[in-house]
Ligand binder design. Structure first.
Ligand code: DGJ
Length: 726
C-alpha cells in the first residue's frame, strides 16, 4: 500500500497490493484520470492523455476549450462548461446559473481512513490504511471539493468519497454530487449488474456496452429489490477465473445511480453516486455536503477475485458488529409459521420444540404490537398487544428463555399506519405533499425520518421495548418505498434534500441502536432483500436476503448476492414445502444445505414437522456448528451456475489456511442416462493432500481434473462434501 505524488510529472499514484490508480494535473487546473488496472511502477504515463494531439490543452488552444473538456478523461467532471458526457457534479448558483470550474488547488496524503460523518463507510487505522485528499476549488462560487481516495493494506480496492464545502459568501444549490467517476478507453466491455423484483432479488445480468448511456438505478428511496447499487465493467472473455473487471459498489442504502456511457471517441465513463432525480441540496456559506462512499475494485483474474476482494474488505473494514466473527444463534422465525395468527402459547410451543432440536433463538416477527392482526394497522404503535401476548413481553421472553432459547423481535421503525394512534396524534409525521393524498403501499405511510423529533420519538418507543425484556436480536424491516415526497419541516428550497436526509435519519437511529445495545444482533430487512447493500452492513452483520425461501429460487438469489456480499451476511432460512412463494416441493436436506451457506435458521412451524424431519433438523443444526466457522470466514469460489447451465449449481468455501473446504453441489434437474460429473475445485493448495469421500487427492488433481460427483435420482438433490488436509 502506497500513495505518491510525483512533482515533476504532476502525477498521483495509489498502489494497492496488485493494482494502481493514477491521475494527473493538467494545465495547472484539470485533474485528469490516467490509469486504473494491474500494478505499474513508473509515473511516466502522461502520454495516455494525448496532450500533444488536438484539441491540446486550453492554455495552448483556448479557442477549442470545449473540445478539450468533451474528450479529456476527467477525474471529477462538471456540468455546464463543455463536457457533455455525464457530469459528476452540478452546482446552481444563487443567481440560478449552472456551471463550475473546480481547479486543482493542492493535496494531502494521510495515514488512516477518515470517518464520513453521519454515513456508513469503510474504516481503518493509521497502521492499515492511507488516504489521498485532492482539493479542487471554484474561485467564482467559493466552492471547495475534496476528492478522497483511501486504500487498505492487502486489499485491492479503492474507497472514494467527495466533500463539497461552501467557502463563499452566497448560498449555492447542489443539483448533483456523484461520488466516483472512472474514465477509460473501451475494450469491448460488457456491463454487469444485479437486477430483480420482490422474491427474485439480485439476479446477475451481463450485456454489451453500447453507445450512449446505460444505467442501474433506484429512486425508490432505498437501494431496492429491482436494482442493486453495483455495476461492473468486464472484458468479454471474463469468467470466474479470467478477464478484467472494474467494479463499483455504493456504501449507501438510498437513491443511487450507476452508469456507463460510451462516447463518440469510444471511451467510457463509469459513474456512481446519489441519484440526481429529486435531489437538490442547499449549501449555505460554511456548510459542507458529504457524498457517500463508493468502493472500486479492479480484478485482472476474473469475477471470482473481485468477489473475494469485496468479501474480505467488508469483513475486515466495513461490518462492525461484535457478531461478525462469531457463530450466530440458530434462529427460528415465526413469520411463515403463523404470519399474524399467534399468541404467547403458540410461540412457546414453537420455542419448546425448537429447543429440543438444537435451535437457539426464537424470533417473534410482525404482529405483536398495537392492534396488528393483519398488515392494515398499528405501525408506529410500539407497545405490546397484551391480548395476544398475555402477561406481556417480559414474561414471554423469560418463558422462552426457560426453554433454553434466546429471544428476538421484529420492528419496522420507519413506518406509520394511517390506522394507528401515532398517526392520529401526529399526521404531519408522515412524508406527504400537502393537500395531496399519500400513496399507500401495504396500507402504510413512511415516517419523515429527516426530522430529528420523529427519529427521537421512534427511538424512545423502540428502545423502551428493547429495555423492557432480555432481547438478543432485532430484525429491522422496511416494507415500502418512498412516494409523495414532502416534509413538513423543510422549506421550499430544501424539499430536494428529503430523500438523503431520510437516509441520514435512518443511519442515525441505527447508529444509536447499535451503540446503546451493542449486544443485540441486528438484522436488516426490507420486504425481503430490498436493502441488501453495503450501507446497511455497516450497522448489521446480516441482512434478510429475500422473502423467497424456496431452495431452488434461492440459488440465483444467493449467487447474485454473494457476488459482492460475504456469505456470512446472507439471511437464509429453511421453510416448509410446498414453498409459500412458489409452491415448489424440495427435499428438506436441500433446503438445509442451501440455508447453511448463509446465516442459517428456520422459518416454519416446527411443531408440525414429522419425526423424520425433526431428525433432519437435529442433523442440520449440528452441521451448522460443525461448518459455520469455515463458511463464515472462508474464501468463496463459484464453481458452476444453474443460471448458465440449466442443470446444476455448485460452489465451495475454502479455509484461509487452505486446509479445509466445503463443496456444495445441487442437481437441479435430473436427466436420464447420466454419468458422474467432474467438478474442478478452486482455491485449494496444489501440493496439499486432501481427503474427500474417504479418498486421498492432491489439491492439484482436484483443481485440474476435478472432484467426481455422481448423479442423483430426482430433481433438487443436493450434497455437501467436506475436504480436509490429510
Ligand atoms: C417482510 C419481511 O421480509 C418478512 O420476513 C416479514 O418480516 C414481513 N415483512 C412481516 O411483515
Amino acid at each position: 500500500m502506497e500513495i505518491q505524488f510525483y512533482e515533476q510529472q504532476k502525477v498521483f499514484m495509489l498502489h494497492t497490493e496488485n493494482t494502481t490508480y493514477s491521475m494527473a494535473i493538467v494545465d495547472d487546473c484539470y485533474l485528469e484520470h490516467l490509469y486504473y488496472g494491474s500494478k505499474i511502477q513508473s509515473p511516466n504515463i502522461r502520454y495516455i492523455l494525448r496532450e500533444d494531439e488536438p484539441p491540446f490543452v486550453p492554455s495552448k488552444n483556448l479557442r477549442e476549450k470545449e473540445a478539450f473538456l468533451d474528450c479529456a478523461p476527467m477525474e471529477y467532471p462538471e456540468s455546464g462548461m463543455g463536457d457533455y458526457r455525464e457530469s459528476a457534479i452540478c452546482i446552481r448558483s444563487v443567481n440560478g446559473h449552472r456551471g463550475s470550474e473546480l481547479c486543482y488547488s493542492g493535496y494531502t496524503i494521510e495515514e488512516g481512513k477518515p470517518v464520513l460523518e453521519g454515513l456508513p463507510a469503510t474504516w481503518g487505522s493509521e497502521k492499515d490504511s492511507m488516504t489521498l485528499k485532492v482539493y479542487l476549488k471554484d474561485q467564482l462560487l467559493g466552492i471547495k471539493a475534496t476528492l478522497q481516495y483511501s486504500i487498505f493494506e492487502g486489499i485491492d480496492a479503492i474507497m472514494r468519497s467527495v466533500i463539497v464545502e461552501n467557502e463563499g459568501k452566497e448560498v449555492v444549490y447542489l443539483e448533483k454530487v456523484l461520488s466516483a467517476c472512472l474514465d477509460m478507453e473501451d475494450r469491448g466491455f460488457e456491463v454487469m449488474g444485479l437486477f430483480g423484483a420482490w422474491g427474485r432479488e439480485r439476479h446477475i445480468q451481463r450485456i454489451p456496452v453500447g453507445y450512449g448511456r446505460q444505467n442501474i438505478a433506484s429512486f425508490r428511496g432505498k437501494s431496492s429489490h429491482q436494482e442493486n447499487p453495483f455495476m461492473a465493467l468486464v472484458t468479454p472473455e471474463t469468467t470466474q477465473d479470467f478477464g478484467e473487471v472494474y467494479a463499483m459498489n455504493f456504501v449507501y442504502s438510498g437513491n443511487f445511480i450507476a452508469q456507463v456511457e460510451k462516447n463518440q471517441f469510444d471511451s467510457l465513463r463509469m459513474t456512481m453516486g446519489i441519484h440526481p432525480e429529486g435531489f437538490t441540496w442547499k449549501l449555505n456559506p460554511k456548510e459542507k455536503f458529504i457524498a457517500p462512499e463508493v468502493v472500486m475494485v479492479y480484478s485482472s483474474k476474473g469475477l471470482g477475485e473481485m468477489t473475494r476482494t469485496f468479501h474480505n474488505l467488508y469483513r475486515s473494514h466495513l461490518i462492525r458488529s461484535k457478531y461478525l466473527h462469531t457463530k450466530r444463534p440458530i434462529l427460528i422465525n415465526n413469520w411463515e409459521a403463523t404470519y399474524f395468527d399467534f399468541d404467547e402459547k403458540k410461540l412457546l410451543e414453537i420455542a419448546k420444540e425448537a429447543s429440543k432440536l438444537g435451535i437457539e433463538m426464537l424470533v417473534m416477527d410482525d404482529g405483536w404490537f398495537g392492534n396488528r392482526n393483519n398488515d392494515d394497522s398499528s405501525l408506529g404503535d410500539w407497545f405490546v398487544n397484551e391480548e395476544k401476548l398475555k402477561g406481556g413481553l417480559h414474561k414471554l421472553v423469560e418463558d422462552v428463555k426457560k426453554t433454553g432459547m434466546k429471544f428476538g423481535i421484529w420492528v419496522e421503525p420507519e413506518m406509520i399506519s394511517p390506522n394507528s394512534l401515532l398517526y392520529q396524534a401526529h399526521p404531519d409525521w408522515a412524508i406527504q405533499i400537502p393537500q395531496r393524498s399519500i400513496t399507500q403501499s401495504r396500507a402504510q405511510y413512511v415516517l419523515d425520518f429527516s426530522r430529528e423529533d420523529v427519529v427521537e420519538a421512534v427511538y424512545q418507543m423502540i428502545s423502551n421495548i428493547l429495555r423492557s425484556a432480555d432481547i438478543s436480536y432485532v430484525k429491522w424491516d422496511m416494507n415500502r418505498q418512498l412516494t409523495t415526497l414532502g416534509s413538513a419541516n423543510l422549506k421550499a428550497d430544501q424539499q430536494g434534500e428529503l430523500y438523503h436526509r431520510y437516509m441520514l435519519g435512518v443511519y442515525k437511529m441505527q447508529e444509536r441502536l447499535v451503540t446503546e445495545f451493542p449486544d443485540i444482533l441486528l438484522e436488516n430487512c426490507s420486504g425481503g432483500g430490498a436493502r441488501f447493500d453495503a450501507g446497511m452492513l455497516y450497522y448489521s452483520p446480516q441482512i434478510w436476503c429475500s422473502d423467497n425461501t424456496d431452495a431452488i429460487e434461492r440459488l440465483a438469489i444467493q449467487e447474485g448476492t454473494a457476488l459482492l456480499y460475504p456469505v456470512s451476511t446472507i439471511g437464509s432460512h429453511v421453510s416448509v414445502c410446498p414453498n409459500h412463494t412458489v409452491g415448489r416441493d424440495t427435499p428438506f436436506e436441500t433446503r438445509g444445505d442451501v440455508a447453511l451457506f448463509g446465516t442459517f435458521g428456520y422459518e416454519l412451524d416446527v411443531t408440525k414437522l414429522s419425526d423424520a424431519e425433526k431428525e433432519l433438523v437435529k442433523e442440520q443444526t449440528q452441521n451448522y456448528h460443525k461448518y459455520n466457522d469455515l463458511i463464515r470466514e472462508g474464501d468463496y469460489y463459484r464453481l458452476a451456475s444453474v443460471s448458465e447451465n440449466g442443470h446444476y449449481d455448485s460452489w465451495m468455501v475454502v479455509s484461509n489456511d487452505r486446509d479445509k473446504a466445503l463443496l456444495f453441489y445441487v442437481q437441479v434437474q435430473a436427466k436420464a442416462n447420466l454419468k458422474s460429473r467432474f467438478i474442478r475445485l478452486k482455491g485449494l493448495s496444489p501440493e496439499k493432500i486432501y481427503i474427500l469421500n474417504g479418498q486421498e487427492y492432491t489439491g492439484d488433481i482436484l483443481m485440474k481434473v476435478g472432484a467426481r460427483i455422481s448423479p442423483e435420482f430426482g430433481d433438487f438433490k443436493s450434497k455437501i462434501l467436506e475436504l480436509f488436509q490429510k
